[in-house]
Design a protein around this ligand. Structure first.
Ligand SMILES: [Zn+2]
Length: 126
């Protein structure tokens, strides 16, 4: 599926000190009635408003490539992609002009998803 760049929803980035971040995760867990186990970043959408809440302490310790991966991944969630692997595939597409970040995400693939990255192209136009 080709992604129309004009339709990409760009979220607002909100950096929170770790304490605040954890407090907000606990509130979100209660609101959603499920445990949200996220200690780096989370995408939240309210109708047409999209936000990425980020743990500032974690973020400050990331290199630029990893920052871009996290933002692209959360941006995928803001664009309606719930599945973690699909969000990473979306991120990989979004980062295709950033070779270092793309390679880093591919290197982390097995750790993130439990198996090696496979470049599967589902867009076969059959
Ligand atoms: Zn995710």
């Amino acid at each position: 599926m080709k992604k129309d760049v004009d339709l990409v929803k760009i979220p607002k980035m909100i950096l929170l000190e770790e304490k605040e971040f954890i407090k907000n995760m606990n509130i979100l867990s209660k609101m959603n009635n499920k445990h949200i186990n996220e200690n780096i970043a989370i995408a939240i959408s309210f109708e047409d408003n999209h936000y990425i809440f980020i743990n500032k302490n974690e973020y400050d310790n990331m290199d630029d490539d990893y920052k871009n991966i996290v933002l692209a991944h959360e941006c995928a969630h803001c664009n309606g992609i719930e599945n973690e692997e699909e969000a990473d595939r979306w991120a990989l597409d979004a980062l295709k002009d950033n070779e270092d970040a793309s390679n880093k995400l591919i290197d982390m693939w097995e750790h993130r998803h439990g198996y090696e990255y496979l470049n599967v192209n589902f867009d076969l136009h059959l």
